[in-house]
Design a protein around this ligand. Structure first.
Ligand SMILES: O=C(O)[C@H]1O[C@H](OP(=O)(O)OP(=O)(O)OC[C@H]2O[C@@H](n3ccc(=O)[nH]c3=O)[C@H](O)[C@@H]2O)[C@H](O)[C@@H](O)[C@@H]1O
Length: 457
């Protein structure tokens, strides 16, 4: 290729010399521009790296992921008491843990409540805190049902100075850390995978929470010094296909009808083992279909209310031999009284350093309402409270783990801690509906509809 560039004026150019010089200059320019390019891309790379590192740092510290993992013990804050998010290792985080679990009454308890953002957990946490006990919550905020309801409960708890650590009961490192910070006198263990029918869809979630998670908690508790006394949620479903009525703690419970029931029954057996070997004081409470304000959206009374208000059809189950299905529906306030009574009468664990020193208390109680009501009647009460006629589809109960009826004998809980349910289904559902319409902001609409329905009648 020839370069016809004029260097100097007048004399004809020495073509060969000019070309060499030109080539040399062009070479130097190319070398320089390449160097420049390399230097600037190095700079760009360093700046990008720095920005990326800064972004990672910023998001990890300020916005840790919501899922519970062993690395990410953090809290979700909702008011001034918990005004920012911290890592589980920070001094501020530890301060919140300590503050929340410190009792404010003489000889008050220091209680770790697992499943604190759940239905029963949030109610019990408030009741304990209100009477001056220290309460620390633990919850993994999973999405089995609408997590925003769990967040709303957490917000309510934080207003009452109850701190909820976001983490999983399977996370031994986190549990050990909490026990290192706080000498818990009690654990109220309510974290679980609930729901009878969902066990067919996601069986392993039941094994993970109700079996592995429980064992993990017991492992940590047995090594803690002092060992806490543990009160935990079993279930009426352990009675399975029992036909002795009313269900009593001495009845056989070896015929569970669902995997859920089987994991709760397994929990009772596991509790016995830890009591026997390590001297842990353990009390299992068999809850009978608990309902009320701030309840669980996966339960029939809750989604019936929603569907009735939305004009959708509901399935009302009948047994295979065309009998009505019934439940011993128990109001949340009665259950809370039972939980507190069980905590108050729980004796201290006897072990230390992971070794049993003496025989420890082991108990199981029914907490029911002692008055079964059919699902048809439940729907009737909701219809009159909502003043809307339900679109009922009466169908045979699918073979999905359900039992035809439940009925609690609560004389043992009455004898040992004065448990006596006082709320019937109509009164309890009235309170639930009041909460429901207020929580979902539909009071005015429901009132208007019920007025127009009353006029139509
Ligand atoms: O007592 C207990 O231990 C259990 O109580 C409830 O389980 P369940 O009694 O089956 O409560 P729901 O799922 O709310 O069902 C209540 C009744 O409504 C019936 N049902 C349910 C769903 C439906 O679409 N239609 C219907 O008629 C069920 O057969 C049952 O008789 C809870 O969901 C469990 O977590 C708890 O452990």
């Amino acid at each position: 290729m020839q370069y016809h560039t004029m260097i100097g004026g007048g004399s004809p150019p020495n073509t060969s010399k000019t070309t060499k010089l030109e080539r040399y200059n062009s070479y130097i320019r190319r070398v320089n521009s390449t160097k420049l390019l390399q230097a600037s891309s190095k700079l760009l790379f360093r700046v990008t790296l720095l920005v990326a590192l800064l972004l990672i740092f910023f998001f990890t510290v300020n916005y840790p992921p919501l899922s519970s993992g062993s690395e990410n013990h953090h809290i979700h804050s909702t008011n001034n008491f918990l005004s920012s998010a911290f890592y589980g290792s920070g001094a501020a985080w530890e301060k919140h843990v300590r503050h929340s679990s410190t009792p404010r009454r003489p000889n008050g308890f220091s209680v770790l409540v697992t499943g604190a953002a759940g239905f029963v957990g949030s109610h019990c946490s408030l009741a304990l805190k209100k009477r001056g006990d220290g309460v620390l919550g633990l919850d993994n905020f999973n999405s089995y049902y609408d997590p925003s309801l769990k967040r709303a409960r957490q917000k309510l708890l934080s207003k009452h100075q109850i701190f909820v650590v976001e983490g999983d009961i399977n996370d031994a490192e986190l549990l050990n850390k909490l026990f290192d910070i706080v000498p818990f006198s009690h654990v109220l263990h309510l974290a679980a995978q609930a729901g009878v029918r969902y066990a067919m869809q996601n069986p392993l979630s039941y094994v993970s929470s109700n079996v592995a998670g429980f064992v993990n908690l017991l492992e940590v508790a047995k090594s803690a010094d002092p060992q806490p006394a543990i009160v935990w949620a079993s279930s009426s479903s352990v009675y399975g296909l029992n036909t002795q009525v009313p269900f009593s703690e001495i009845d056989r419970t070896d015929k569970p009808a669902s995997l859920y029931a089987a994991t709760k029954k397994a929990g009772e057996e596991i509790a016995h083992t830890y009591n026997h070997i390590y001297g842990l004081s353990l009390t299992g409470l068999r809850f009978f279909t608990v309902y009320g304000p701030w309840g669980r959206p996966d339960m029939a009374y809750f989604f019936f209310t929603k569907d009735i208000l939305q004009g959708k059809g509901i399935n009302v189950y009948m047994t295979q031999d065309d009998k009505e299905v019934a439940r011993d529906f128990t109001y949340i306030d009665d259950i809370v009284k039972g939980c507190v009574g069980a905590l108050d009468t729980a004796e201290k664990s006897t072990g230390s350093g992971g070794k049993k020193r003496a025989t420890a208390q082991i108990r199981v109680y029914n907490l029911g309402n002692t008055a079964p009501v059919t699902v048809g009647k439940l729907v009737g009460i909701l219809e009159s409270l909502l003043n809307v006629k339900a679109k009922k589809h009466v169908i045979k109960m699918p073979r999905n783990g359900d039992v035809p009826f439940t009925h609690a004998n609560v004389s043992l809980a009455y004898r040992d801690f004065g448990y006596k349910p006082t709320t019937d289904l109509a009164a309890g559902l009235r309170k639930f509906v009041k909460w429901y319409v207020s929580y979902y902001g539909i009071e005015a609409r429901v009132k208007k509809e019920s007025e127009s329905n009353t006029t139509d009648d």
